[in-house]
Design a protein around this ligand. Sequence first.
Ligand code: PFF
Length: 450
Amino acid sequence: MKKRSSFTGKIGFVLAAAGSAVGLGNIWRFPYLAAKYGGGIFLLVYIILAVTFGFTLMTCEIAIGRKTGLSAIGAFSKLNQKFSFIGVIAAAIPVLILPYYSVIGGWVLKYFAAFVSGSGIAAAGDGYFNDFISGTGEPILWFALYIAITMVIVLFGVEKGVEKVSKIMMPILIVLLIFISVYALFTPGAMEGLVYYIKPDFSNFSIMTIVAAMGQLFYSMSLAMGIMITYGSYMKKDVNIESSVHNIELFDTGIAFLAGLMIVPAVFAFSGGDKSALSAGPSLMFVTLPKVFEHMFGGQIVGALFFLLVTFAALTSSISLAETVVSMIQDKLKIDRKITCLIVLAGVLLLGLPSALGYGVLGEIKILGMQFLDLFDFISNSLLMPIVALLTCVLIGFVLKPQTVIEEIETTAPFKAKGLFTVVIKYIAPVFLVVIFISSLLSAFGAISI
Ligand code: PFF
C-alpha cells in the first residue's frame, strides 16, 4: 500500500490547517456578520463558541482523521458502518461552497485589478459595486478566472509553492490588517463604530446572533465538512493535537477580529452614523474599504496590496476545497486527475453561475427570500453543517464514547481540556445544534425574523 504522505511536524500542520481556515470567511464574511448581528455581542458570542464548540469539534475531527488515517467518507465508515452517511453529507458541503466562494474570489480579483490599473478611487464611488455585480459579463469573467486559477494550482499540485508564498504573505497580511485598522480608526466618526464592534450590548442579542455566529464558526474554521478529518489523517502521531488546535483557533479568530476592526468602525465613519449601512451583507467589504483607501495617502497602492493578499488567503482556502472535491471524485470514479479537474471546473462554473448572476439578470429570483449566493451559503452553513456536527457529536459522544477521541489525543500528551471536551460533545453541543438547526429553518421559512 502507498504510504500516506504526512505533514513534517507541528508547524507544517498548523500552517496548512490555518491556510485552509483563514480566507474570505475571516476577511469578507466575519465583518459583515458582526456588523449585521449586533457588533460587540456577536463578537463575544463568537469567541465563547470558538473556545468551546470550535475547539471541541476541531479536536474531534482531527483526532478522527489521525486515528483512522482516512478522509471523511472512509473515516466514518471505519468508525461505524451505520454512520458512514455522515461522511457523505460532509463531503457534499465543499461542493456547495466552492462555487459561490469562487464568485466572491472573483470580486476580490476585480478589485485587485481596479486598484492596480489605477481606478481604485473610482471603486470608492457610490454605485460602483452595485454596477459591477449587477452586470452579466464581468461577474462571470472574474468568477471564471478565479476558479480557473484555483484549478490550475490543484492540477499542477503547486501547493508546495503556495505554501511557501503563504508563509510570506500571511504575516504581511496581518501587518497590513493592523495598519489599515489603525488608520480607519482615526477617521472621524469611527470611534462610535469601535464601541459598537467591541462593546457587547445585550439589547442587540437575539437567537439569530448565535445562529449566525455558529454558522460562521463552522465556515471559518473549515469544520463539519471533512476537511479537518483529511488534514488529521496526514498528521503524525507525535504532534500534539490539543495545542495545534489552540494555535489554529488563535490564528483564525485573530485575523477575523482584525478584519472586523478594519471594516466595522469604517462603516460608521463613512455612513455618517446611518445604522442601516451595517446590514449591507456580502457587499460590505467591497463598499467600505475602497472608501478608506480613497482617503489614505498612497491608498491606491495599499488597496492593490490588500486585495492581492486577500486573493492569496482566499486561494489557499479554495485550493483546499477544490482538492477535497477532486480527490473524492478521483477515489470514487478512479479517473485521471486531469479529467477530474476539468469535470470539477465545469461543475463549479455551472453551479456558480446563478450566484454570479444573482444580483443582475437573475436578481428577481429569490428562494426563501434569498439571492442565490445567500441561499447556497445558508444551505451549507446553517443547515448541512449543523446536521453533520450533530451527528458527529452523537457518534463520538454516545455510540463510540468520548474516550475514543481522548485516547487518540493522549497518544502524544495528556489531554488538558478533557472535561470540557466531554461535556461539550455529549450535552452542550447537541442541545445547541438542535436549537440552531430549528431556528435556521424557522428563519428561512419566515416564522421568525432575522
Ligand atoms: N475557512 C475558509 C474561510 O474562512 O474562508 C473557507 C473554507 C475553506 C471553508 C475550506 C471550508 C473549507 F473546506
